[in-house]
Design a protein around this ligand. Structure first.
Ligand SMILES: [Zn+2]
Length: 215
């Protein structure tokens, strides 16, 4: 990658086992806005180089299993995080500040497993638990249905009707945990470096050549 960040510890994810498909770079996400495009960030996935080291182990394991991984979010510029909070000012949905989001520290990724053709394996919810109707309701401040659905996003959600989905979720967790990541209870797709928020700074994003003026 080029010299786009004040801190050059950020590297772009580029590996044949990883499919970069950032959900906030397109409108099909819980905010219904292509936030990363709107702030001029674009579609590339960056992580701290310590995360990239862990991903080397993930890539090897994926190859053994004949699987790939869809990267749905990685480093999130603080300006994009603030835009998300403006679009969905609902308490508890996103970290309340960029400082509290591991994504803004470049130490978190949101991901799921796919087959070798890039088709997602089945999981209890989509990454982001996105659903158009629920997102629309959220935009109007109606949260009940969303939170009901969101119960399935818990990393320890269990229901015998979802055996295959839960098997895949547990497989994903074991791959990530073995590579040095930890999960969070509320989102099965989110993984981060242990103590990442306290050990690594928030990365500002101000030197990207695609940055639009005035953002
Ligand atoms: Zn996340």
């Amino acid at each position: 990658m080029g010299n786009f960040f004040k801190d050059n510890n950020l590297v772009e994810i580029k590996d044949e086992r990883f499919i970069v498909d950032l959900m906030y770079a397109r409108p099909e996400n819980v905010t219904m806005h292509p936030v990363y495009e709107e702030v001029g960030f674009g579609k590339k996935a960056y992580v701290h180089r310590d995360v990239a080291k862990c991903l080397v182990g993930v890539s090897k394991k994926l190859k053994d299993l004949k699987l790939k991984m869809r990267i749905c979010d990685a480093y999130r510029p603080p300006v994009a995080h603030r835009r998300i909070l403006d679009l969905l000012p609902i308490e508890g949905l996103f970290a309340p500040t960029a400082e509290r989001s591991a994504h803004c520290h470049a130490v978190a990724i949101d991901c799921c497993l796919t087959d070798e053709r890039g088709n997602n394996l089945c999981f209890p919810t989509k990454v982001d638990a996105y659903d158009k109707n629920l997102a629309r309701k959220l935009a109007f401040g109606q949260t009940d249905d969303f939170y009901k659905h969101f119960a399935k996003a818990a990393a320890d959600f269990y229901d015998e009707k979802y055996q295959r989905e839960i098997y895949n979720r547990e497989l994903l967790k074991s791959i990530m945990f073995n590579a040095g990541f930890e999960g969070i209870r509320s989102e099965w797709w989110h993984f981060q470096l242990p103590e990442g928020i306290s050990k690594y700074p928030v990365f500002e994003w101000s030197e990207h050549p695609n940055k639009k003026k005035g953002v």
